[in-house]
Design a protein around this ligand. Structure first.
Ligand SMILES: [Zn+2]
Ligand SMILES: [Zn+2]
Length: 285
């Protein structure tokens, strides 16, 4: 029997980590026997290991947009998989610019990579990795799994995407980072599971104070580029999804706020099952 599940490896919104903090955005989708890593923030390698995934089986990575809390550990993940025995191809599906990141990563690690090929007889990592720049539409279709993308609303970025993962039996949608958009309700229509980013409105002023070096610009960015939990719930309700999992939580490290507050924020807006994400949670499909 094939297992089908989504593991939220990192559920924190934004790149900063502090004592008591969860980790930024990374996810593992396992559908129809395929393992897809969706976003690769700091901690993705540890998160995959904790899910019991042998790194040599890394084959498919999808990146939603070029904010560091979604791809900072992409290179280190692939490099670690390589030193852990990877000898098969890895394809990175990501926005324009991901190729520049990968070339830069290879350049930064050239001494080590050349040494390990020469001294340890490793295959050339540069030959194993393939980059596919994505746009709205089909990302890939393979062995009964269809992955499609729409542009979401995450200014000032333009190449920023939500993804749909569909098989004959399961449909999961990942919002990416986005302001509320009606297109996402259509995209996620009838899905088994919507993983949506979320902010807790009441907690933002205290978060601004804790960050300490942001200006009004940071608050303005949150408001125009992200979604409050209650709006995520409304999107889920309009889409008629069975389950809504909140992730990319802002804030994620304020002990004053917990699961109950997220649930309260969504109360009365969504009739389905609500899951408040945490690092390492496995959601069976
Ligand atoms: Zn983010
Ligand atoms: Zn972002």
């Amino acid at each position: 029997m094939t297992e089908n599940y989504v593991a939220l490896l990192g559920t924190k919104g934004g790149p900063a980590v502090r004592p008591g903090s969860s980790m930024p955005t990374s996810n593992l989708f396992v559908m129809n026997g395929q393992k897809i890593v969706v976003d690769c923030a700091l901690g993705v390698t540890r998160g995959l290991i904790d899910q019991g995934m042998p790194l040599q089986s890394l084959a498919t990575i999808v990146i939603s947009h070029m904010h560091s809390d979604h791809y900072l550990e992409l290179g280190p993940l692939i490099h670690t998989a390589w030193t852990s025995g990877l000898k098969t191809d890895v394809t990175i599906y990501g926005p324009d610019g991901i190729d520049v990141y990968w070339e830069g990563f290879l350049a930064s690690m050239k001494a080590d990579i050349d040494l390990r090929i020469e001294d340890e007889g490793r295959p050339d990592i540069r030959d194993l990795v393939h980059i596919q720049t994505i746009d709205a539409g089909i990302v890939f279709e393979r062995d009964g799994l269809s992955v499609t993308a729409i542009r979401n609303e995450h200014p000032p970025l333009v190449d920023t995407f939500a993804f749909s993962f569909k098989t004959a039996n399961h449909h999961v949608v990942f919002s990416g980072d986005t302001a509320p958009i009606t297109a996402l309700s259509d995209f996620a229509s009838g899905a088994d599971l919507l993983i949506h980013e979320a902010m807790l409105e009441s907690a933002l002023p205290a978060l601004m104070e804790r960050i300490g070096n942001g200006s009004d610009k940071l608050m303005a960015h949150w408001l125009r580029s992200h979604t409050f939990a209650h709006d995520a719930a409304i999107t889920a309700q309009n889409a008629g999804v069975k389950r809504l999992a909140l992730s990319h939580l802002i804030p994620s490290d304020d002990p004053t706020y917990g699961t109950k507050d997220w649930e309260t924020a969504c109360e009365g807006h969504f009739d389905g099952e609500l899951i408040v994400g945490y690092d390492g949670i496995r959601i069976d499909l």
